[in-house]
Design a protein around this ligand. Structure first.
Ligand code: ATP
Length: 678
């Protein structure tokens, strides 16, 4: 009976294709097709031939294919997901699609084959007594006017393996997922049949994160392509990076049904999970027994699984996992999964602390380090938001600030083409639009007077300055530099009210980063470019370097307002070392180290003066230069023949330069003249 149906179907299809596409079909082909096992492959290859013969049909609008029965009258509104190019469909993929279509009774199969997007089919939904639906990237489509019958469901069930306790099953040697809906008597009355595919290159969008070795959390709504992405990630790590990868495959969705995993996971090993409640046990077992370097886990959904994930991360194993949700916010709000982002606790601040931080008394804080290094929010199959530092993102969200993220697009037709785009958030655009020149200039003229340093570097690079309205403190976003150190330097320089540290890059005026951080995280440069911020790079986290950086930030501010220059072509500003141009003598090194220790351990933290050892006058001149680079004052506390320097806990500025003849420039002259006498 099935053969007869097939035969009839073929005649019907053949007639329509033949008239439209002039593809001849011979009698021998017809005889061959009477055999039902050949039916689907012949249909699909004919279909492929037809599509190749008229490529315009594939990606153009439906009206371009008049010979195909129009689905438009049965078309449901689209789900908004982008259309994925069918060009990427491989031969093995189409044979897997054949396996999938065997689930359907012939009448549905025939109808479905007429759909021009068959190569992109996502799901088939069969609910008893209702019209069967096919889901495509462009929307839902009614496969047949005839409602689904018991026999149709039985037919489909007969083609799949046993359903596990999560009501999921699969088809041997394929990646398809069949999920059942049962009535109260536990009989199956509905099926959601998802087409699974190995999409080569789909993990390109996060390849740098994968290679970086950090743990990655993928977040996205159902059907956005998380499983497909981690399957390809597993393959990439195992085959291309030769890592020992173990997949904990709870519903056999990553590695497919059957004991031999699907080729889509490459050399990665797969552990099956007897029932969903044992997922966390298998996760731990994977680490304890199989020495993995990477563990791949789909759908972390319970507290136990989240705990197991955190245990794995603590053991130094790279973890790539997925969780349902629209964004990181949904994980933070989910008490079972909170541990993945480090756990959340509420803290009650003292009155003074709350006033200082300008927050309410009870605030939310992250309890500890997150399980994952970074997080990827999947917006669609080809677009995602990357949070390079999950800890910083969580902190920003808890503080009510916008987190720092990067938006990435991948060309759907070309998996190798990855575009990294930093899209502005609305508030940021508004903020930068507000900064027009007039308001800025008057404010900064007075600032310049206050700071009083020549805008040396900015003159050379005048077009690259980000002008901001400066009635508020200069906000500095720091990367791998302690906020407390920067604030301490600002206090010493007497500008503690004029500088602020922010962890919201959208509100920053400049970025201050260490050069090692810049090397490790090149995305900072991208962020800076996007927000049009200058990056001040210090080679070492010494206070002297920080003082220089702060001074340059203020020079930038003052100059930018005076010049009213627009900002573009931003660049890194390297803070030069205080290292002398010539090789210093041991005595000089010793003398300068004495200064550094005195300033950083006594003068700045303790606010006390320090008298240094007597030195030769040219050495003292070098010491004085170093003291001044910290913006501190000093005087000669020795005698003319036996000079020694005393570092004062006083800020060096135009206003409070010591008038004493033995200090600063006068002292330098003295030192110089002493040197001349030598
Ligand atoms: N890059 C891609 N190209 C083409 N098809 C894709 C791609 N990514 C996913 N798909 C298809 O989209 C459908 C959903 O994908 P997938 O199962 O990976 O989503 P998911 O986010 O894991 O869903 P769920 O959360 O429900 O498990 C599948 O049919 C899959 O074959």
């Amino acid at each position: 009976m099935r053969a007869l149906n097939s035969h009839l179907v073929l005649i019907d299809l053949h007639t329509s294709w033949h008239s439209a596409n002039q593809i001849p079909t011979s009698t021998s082909t017809l005889t061959y097709l009477k055999n039902s096992s050949n039916f689907i492959s012949a249909l699909s290859s004919s279909f492929r031939r037809t599509r190749r013969a008229r490529p315009g049909i594939v990606s153009s609008s439906r009206s371009a294919a008049p010979e195909i029965r129009r689905p438009s009258d049965r078309f449901f509104p689209g789900n908004g997901s982008p259309s994925i190019s069918p060009n990427s469909a491989s031969t093995s993929r189409s044979s897997e699609l054949e396996l999938f279509l065997e689930l359907l009774p012939p009448r549905m199969r025939r109808e479905l084959f007429q759909h021009e997007e068959i190569g992109e089919l996502i799901e088939v939904v069969m609910d008893l007594g209702r019209q069967p639906l096919a889901r495509f990237p462009s929307g839902d489509w009614v496969i047949s006017e005839q409602p689904v019958k018991h026999e149709d469901l039985k037919h489909a069930i007969s083609k799949v393996g046993d359903f596990s306790d999560d009501n999921r099953s699969g088809i041997n040697n394929s990646l398809h997922r069949i999920s059942a809906i049962r009535n109260r008597k536990m009989q199956i009355i509905g099926l959601t049949c998802r087409v699974g595919r190995a999409v080569s290159g789909s993990a390109g969008i996060i390849h740098d994160l994968v290679e970086g070795g950090g743990s990655i959390l993928l977040i996205g709504p159902p059907g956005v392509g998380k499983t497909t992405l981690i399957r390809e990630t597993a393959r990439m790590l195992a085959d291309e990076h030769r890592k020992r990868v173990v997949i904990v495959d709870t519903s056999n969705e990553i590695g497919g049904d059957g004991d031999v995993p699907h080729a889509g996971i490459g050399r990665a090993r797969r552990m099956q999970v007897p029932n969903v409640h044992m997922q966390h046990n298998v996760m731990i077992e994977a680490v304890e027994n199989h020495m993995p370097q990477t563990i791949i886990i789909d759908e972390i959904g319970t507290e136990l699984e989240a705990l197991a994930a955190s245990t794995i991360a603590q053991r130094g194993v790279q973890l790539v996992g997925t969780a349902h949700g629209m964004a990181i916010d949904s994980i933070i709000k989910n008490p079972s999964l909170q541990i993945l982002v480090g756990g959340i606790e509420s803290v009650t601040l003292g009155d003074e602390e709350a006033r200082k931080r300008k927050v309410q008394k009870t605030i939310l804080e992250r309890k500890g380090p997150p399980t994952f290094t970074c997080a990827v929010e999947m917006i669609s199959k080809t677009e995602c938001r990357v949070h390079h530092r999950l800890d910083a993102t969580v902190d920003a969200i808890l503080a009510g600030k916008s987190p720092l993220f990067e938006i990435r697009h991948m060309d759907a037709d070309d998996n190798d083409s990855l575009k990294l785009t930093l899209l502005p958030e609305k508030s940021h655009i508004e903020e930068s639009n507000m900064n027009d020149g007039k308001d800025v200039s008057s404010d900064i003229e007075s600032d310049e007077e206050e700071v009083g340093h020549p805008p040396s570097w900015s003159k050379k690079q005048s077009t690259s300055i980000y002008v901001k309205k400066r009635s508020s403190p200069v906000c500095v976003y720091t990367s791998k530099i302690l906020d407390a150190d920067l604030l301490q330097v600002a206090t010493v320089m007497g500008i503690e009210d004029e500088i602020d540290v922010t962890d919201d890059i959208g509100t920053a005026d400049a970025i201050l980063a260490s050069s090692s951080e810049m090397k490790q995280n090149p995305w900072i440069r991208g962020m800076a470019k996007f927000h049009q911020l200058p990056v001040f790079v210090i080679k070492s986290n010494t206070m002297a370097q920080m003082v220089k950086a702060v001074r340059m930030i203020f020079e930038m501010e003052s100059f930018s307002s005076v010049s009213k220059q627009p900002f573009n072509n931003l660049f890194d500003i390297e803070i030069e070392d205080d290292a002398p141009k010539r090789k210093p003598s041991l005595e000089e090194i010793d003398a300068l180290e004495e200064v550094r220790l005195a300033i950083e351990y006594i003068v700045i933290p303790g606010g006390e003066p320090v008298e240094l050892l007597p030195r030769r006058s040219e050495i003292i001149a070098r010491q004085l230069e170093l003291v001044e680079s910290y913006q501190l004052a000093a005087e000669n506390s020795g005698t003319e023949l036996n000079p020694r320097l005393q570092i004062l806990p006083q800020r060096l500025s135009k206003k409070n330069l010591p008038k004493s003849p033995k200090s600063h420039s006068s002292f330098r002259k003295e030192a110089d003249s002493t040197r001349l006498h030598h």
